[in-house]
Design a protein around this ligand. Structure first.
Ligand SMILES: Cc1cc2nc3c(=O)[nH]c(=O)nc-3n(C[C@H](O)[C@H](O)[C@H](O)COP(=O)(O)OP(=O)(O)OC[C@H]3O[C@@H](n4cnc5c(N)ncnc54)[C@H](O)[C@@H]3O)c2cc1C
Length: 420
């Protein structure tokens, strides 16, 4: 555990226990933050855990890797004049204690329901939906492509940010609710949607959207151009020793890939981002960490083309200026004509966005959005009855807490549908 009991107690005492709970509003999961912190103040840790379990089953994970500054902590009243309450640290502490002391995720009924639900994908959305259904007495089977659960928590977020030991233990706790898992089960390859429709009363699709988008620029097909999502998911990297690498993008994937590549021995890593630092979607803490580790960040810089014979040799960049445009919430980066320059480069990593796996989603016979996500209505139902979808796959805001919320809410909708 990162903090002592005394440190945690001090962090809890700093909370003002506001009557109007702005922190709860800022949390995508709607955790009752002031209530769980009140229990921490009284030393009632199991009660604090039970309070968190009303809305989340991912406390030790969200406590560590949620973008707190733009969610709960960003809404904390303490933060208006000074430092906000360390909500993430407190949540992680309680989540860790629950693992250490064996506090169970409470079941919500002892009654068994005679309905079976298939969940496709064992990431935050799938795991949360599965727990909610199992806690209500339903029979749940998760179908997962890999031999381990966790989704991007395992095959994306690097170990230096999320200890996989904690993840394993939390997943164990979730599976203790009585959830069955079929590993190595890939929808669209060795399992078909129709087969699941025949066997299950409802299906929840939560297999994510972890394919790197491309920029559509010249040279993108040269050897030495990679997708950040794939590098992290497969943990299969080229030899970076003595090499120069450019990572293009400004979000989590860009930060995690750049930092991983630097740790793997690259001589030089540059993050190229077309907007300003203050517009970067990555957490401030991650940007600071990247800088400390010697990664260079080039702001207001766009990539025009990648140059080389068969393999990457150089990258052509251009400076941008930020311009206010009507109808746009934030300033738009515009290339400054004639400001082009070329830098030598060995590898380029695209981290400009993530999308769904075309080959699979297009063959499911379900309606898709323009962006290629699975289309759902306000009840998380797809264009086919009894098939629901959530998380990154259906285009939910791509954070763990939002994916998890969609899993929890979709499970509630599935229960309503099954009990109709
Ligand atoms: C590198 C990176 C870093 C991130 N960092 C953060 C962060 O710090 N904080 C934060 O809040 N969010 C972060 N995110 C976003 C967050 O991880 C995602 O929004 C979240 O994991 C989405 O959850 P999900 O359950 O929808 O999908 P996923 O986590 O992608 O899980 C999908 C699951 O489905 C499985 N699967 C895929 N295809 C199939 C198939 N055909 N059949 C069966 N199973 C299948 C996968 O193996 C996986 O287990 C990050 C994302 C990335 C890529």
């Amino acid at each position: 555990m990162e903090f002592s009991k005394e440190e945690i107690s001090k962090k809890a005492e700093y909370c003002l226990s506001c009557k109007i709970k702005m922190c709860q509003k800022g949390c995508p999961l709607g955790n009752d933050i002031t209530q769980f912190i009140s229990y921490v103040k009284e030393g009632k840790y199991e009660e604090a855990y039970k309070t968190l379990c009303e809305t989340t089953v991912l406390s030790p994970i969200c406590g560590r890797i949620c973008p707190h500054k733009s969610q709960c902590e960003g809404s904390c009243v303490r933060g208006v004049k000074g430092e906000s309450v360390s909500i993430g640290n407190l949540e992680a502490y309680i989540g860790d204690l629950a693992i250490e002391n064996g506090y169970d995720i409470p079941k919500l009924t002892n009654e068994r329901k005679n309905k079976k639900i298939a969940i496709i994908g064992g990431g935050p959305a799938g795991l949360t939906a599965a727990s909610n259904l199992a806690r209500h007495g339903y029979t749940v089977t998760i179908f997962e492509k890999y031999d381990k659960l966790g989704g991007i928590l395992r095959h994306g977020i690097p170990d230096f940010r999320l200890d996989k030991n904690i993840l394993d233990k939390q997943i164990e706790k979730i599976l203790d609710l009585g959830i069955e898992v079929k590993y190595g089960a890939i929808l669209g390859k060795n399992i078909k949607l129709e087969e699941l429709e025949n066997e299950f009363d409802a299906i929840f699709l939560a297999f994510g959207a972890n394919i790197s988008s491309k920029m559509g620029i010249e040279g993108e097909n040269l050897n030495g151009v990679y997708g950040g999502n794939e590098l992290l998911e497969n943990n299969n990297h080229p030899n970076y020793i003595g090499k120069k690498v450019a990572v293009i993008g400004g979000g989590n994937v860009a930060m995690d890939t750049a930092r991983t590549i630097k740790k793997l021995g690259a001589e030089e890593v540059k993050i190229i981002y077309r907007r300003a630092e203050k517009q970067m979607p990555a957490e401030k803490k991650e940007i600071e960490n990247a800088k400390k580790e010697g990664i260079e960040l080039l702001f207001q810089t766009n990539v025009v083309k990648i140059l080389g014979n068969e393999k990457v040799e150089k990258i052509e960049c251009i400076k941008t200026e930020l311009v206010k445009k009507e109808g746009e919430a934030r300033e738009v980066p515009i290339d400054i004509a004639g400001s082009n320059y070329i830098i030598p480069m060995d590898y380029i990593v695209m981290a400009v966005g993530s999308k769904t796996e075309n080959e699979i989603v297009q063959n499911l016979g379900l309606e898709l959005t323009k962006k290629g996500n699975i289309s759902v209505d306000e009840h998380y139902m797809t264009s086919k009855e009894k098939i629901f979808a959530g998380g990154d796959l259906s285009g939910t805001k791509a954070t763990v807490a939002w994916a998890s919320r969609s899993g929890r809410e979709a499970a509630n909708e599935i229960m309503k549908f099954l009990e109709k």
